[in-house]
Design a binder for this molecule. Structure first.
Ligand code: A3P
Length: 434
């Protein structure tokens, strides 16, 4: 039975209503088919993604929203509800044997379209020093002489490096347990962690540990939340919480990919203090790709200290990239080479098979085919969130893709040339071969 536009419209409206409720927002006029998502509702590009993921969940089908949302390599300017309804209705009524849509190709660089840079805007050491002042160091941790936890693996990268895709690829290997972002290492205790993250912008970051414990113990979301609350009320150390997760594993290696750790080298050093022979994967991406992705994601919304600064989003993105990689490189000097692996996002999406095989050798686990098939078996990958996928801690754009998308590696080239980068950024990029 074909679905009707009216049925789809009802679902789309429900999803929009829930998003508005979550944002605690009311529109001046009741939304209808001609309501525009950017102009009338105030969507940012990342909100399109949340909207799309929630509609797919409601319809119980992957609909290939990238086709609707991305034109010529960039997000469309605006969309009406009617356009969304037409798209979804068309997709749901497509014959089952219809050929899959061609992957969205990144258009070729167009020199006339490239954004230029005003010299006064360029990132330099002085600006970088001022930027560092925005980042508050974490408070010291309580003394802890408990023995080290067993080996774990840490993925080190700034946000927008393809780390969610990478995490999900790792989760396809049965020898690894790679849950959504854990956000543990930055905090001494579970109550400090809750107190820091429990606000409207960040509380979804508390969900990774809850989803992980559901998987490990076979618990419901409610049971897992109750356990987290107990740990918080006892003031359990985050190290002890990692230990509980590790003791529930069946011989697998725990992988923690949480991009915010790299903002402070002292946080990285905790991995050496708390774990026995931890392994590190340094995930790199071209700075321009990361900057473009950061701008589209409106990440600064989650970080009031950054959005209130005088720096532009592009500068914040470049300096976040720079600070993260400088911290990682400096930290790497303390770690023996046999516990360190470098991986570039561009290589990972362009030749995933070779990269994953090399990585498995480093980790000492057998390669598994599911690593290069990241959209199979959502449950094992923990991409479904605790209650809904749209609250998964990590990159929601992961849900827009339908396979490993090699064209995503060069999409930035239509907007930026490496000329926009500060010399200090280019120096670090050159160390990664960019
Ligand atoms: P773009 O915004 O340039 O598209 P992170 O998870 O570290 O925040 O990284 C987000 C980046 O990973 C986004 O880059 C996103 O599109 C990209 N990504 C997610 N899933 C992907 C896939 N299946 N193939 C290629 N890139 C993917």
């Amino acid at each position: 039975m074909p679905v009707t536009k009216a049925e789809v419209e009802a679902k789309v409206m429900e999803v929009l209503g829930e998003m508005l409720e979550e944002w605690d927002e009311e529109l001046d006029e009741e939304p209808g088919p001609q309501t525009t998502l950017v102009e009338d509702v105030g969507f940012a590009s990342i909100d399109f993604v949340q909207f799309a993921v929630a509609i797919e969940e409601r319809c119980g089908a992957k609909l290939g929203f990238q086709e609707l949302l991305i034109r010529d390599g960039q997000y469309i300017e605006d969309l009406t509800i009617a356009e969304v309804v037409d798209f979804v209705t068309g997709k749901l009524n497509q014959p089952l044997d219809a050929p899959p849509a061609a992957p969205v190709e990144a258009p070729k660089p167009n020199v006339e379209r490239l954004e230029s840079i005003d010299e006064a805007e360029r990132v330099c050491e002085d600006k970088f020093t001022a930027f560092r002042q925005i980042i508050r160091p974490r408070p010291p941790r309580p003394a802890d002489d408990a023995p080290k936890n067993p080996r774990a693996v840490f993925v080190l990268s700034p946000p927008r490096s393809g780390s969610t895709l990478f995490r999900v690829m790792l989760a396809g290997n049965p020898a690894l347990f790679a849950p959504p972002e854990l956000h543990l290492l930055s905090y001494g205790t579970m109550d400090e962690r809750r107190d820091t993250l429990n606000d409207e912008h960040n509380n979804h970051l508390l969900e990774g540990t809850i989803r992980a414990m559901m998987q490990l113990k076979g618990w419901s979301g409610e049971e897992s939340r109750a356990f987290a609350e107990k740990c918080e009320s006892e003031g359990m150390t985050t190290k002890a919480f990692y230990g509980i997760m590790q003791s529930a594993l069946d011989g697998q290696l725990l992988v923690d990919k949480t991009p915010s750790y790299v903002i402070d080298k002292e946080i990285l050093e905790r991995a050496e203090t708390d774990f026995d022979g931890a392994l590190y994967i340094h995930l790199q991406r071209h700075p321009c790709g990361t900057i473009r992705s950061y701008e589209e994601s409106k990440l600064t919304r989650l970080m009031p200290l950054m959005s209130e600064s005088d720096f532009s989003t592009r500068q914040l993105a470049e300096m976040t990239w720079l600070l993260s990689h400088r911290n990682i490189l400096s930290f790497s000097e303390q770690v023996p080479a046999e516990r360190w692996f470098n991986l570039r996002y561009e290589d990972m999406v362009q030749d995933p098979d070779t990269q994953m095989r090399q990585l498995c050798e480093f980790l000492g686990v057998p390669f598994h085919e599911d690593m290069v098939n990241p959209y199979a078996d959502n449950d094992k990958r923990m991409t479904d969130g605790v209650d809904t996928a749209s609250r998964m801690s990590g990159d929601l754009k992961f849900h827009l893709h339908q396979g490993i998308d090699a064209s995503a590696a060069s999409r930035w080239q239509q907007f930026y040339s490496p000329e926009i980068l500060g010399g200090i950024t280019r120096d670090v990029a050159a160390r990664f071969g960019y």
